[in-house]
Write a protein that binds this ligand. Sequence first.
Ligand code: COI
Length: 354
Amino acid sequence: MIAALDINVQKVEKSKLKSLSLDNIPFGKFFTDHMLEADYEEGEWKNIEIKPYQPLLLDPSTAALHYGQSIFEGIKAYKDERGEAFIFRPYDNYRRFNLSAKRMQMPEVPEDVFIEGLRLLVELDKDWIPNKEDHSLYIRPFMFSNDPIIGVKPSEKYKFMILLSPTGPYYNKPMRIYVEEKYTRAAPGGIGFAKAAGNYGASMLATAEAKQKGYDQVLWTDAFEHKYVQEIGTMNVFFIIGDTAYTPSLEEGTILTGVTRESAITLLQEMGFKVEQRRISVDDLMDAHQAGALFEVFGTGTAATITLIKELRYKDYVMEFDTDKWQTAPELKKRLNDIRYSKTEDRHSWMFKV
Ligand code: COI
């Protein structure tokens, strides 16, 4: 149980919800009535407030805008049939948030500010949780350096905030993926494992070039040889080869410790698969494909949930899949959704009641 926390709550006079339909809502475009804001100053977190969603007033010299000391998380809340709200594995995101903070030389956010803050916020804006398959309330905690100083150094002031955004599916159809060989997402010793804003900013050129070639996203490969696979776009990646599910190992620190990735590993094992976390080369994938043993490829992520990959292209070698015939990824998605929408027993205690 979390000790009572001093959060000042200022509610909106009139909800914006009445003017919005929560059906078929695009990802990340609409925000709920309230947001959480807290300041880190003189070594402590203060001014913890839930207040009407509104713009920020920032000094043009705000350090985060210049040097990118900025991290975030993605979490989702769901409603069960009785209208009770639940948040999926928020403590896992909380721990990862502070690992990102450490890597970016930022202060940790205390558990009660993060967890109780988001619980209170979701409770207040609970009516915004969509009641539809593949829809949810996306929770976006983030933190940025807030010193109005353009010297390159860790800031003394930071802002922690949480926004809520009702959302439909991030990707709504199977994707075509280009195996990236020129650009790099992460190298050992870098920030690939952290959910740092810059990781996403640095991915956009490669994605744009893949789109020009007719692909939806890239499959990132290692920085040295562009030979070993890392992640797909904003997702972790899984390959079903024979009776084994393979996903790149976290050991080198180049891959995000996805909460959906962890959940997928657990559920795949329950479905009877062996799961191997290891180095996977593009050559391994092509060999398996040629042998007819590369059955399924899919991405996992909070925003993306489980996204099927219908084509992987490496140089001139194209691996195409008939996703309509797949069983594993759809079954995995169903099992995950049944837990999230409280249609089955939550045996792993993943759902946090608001
Ligand atoms: C998430 O799955 O929450 C992500 O981080 C993807 C996001 C950048 C859209």
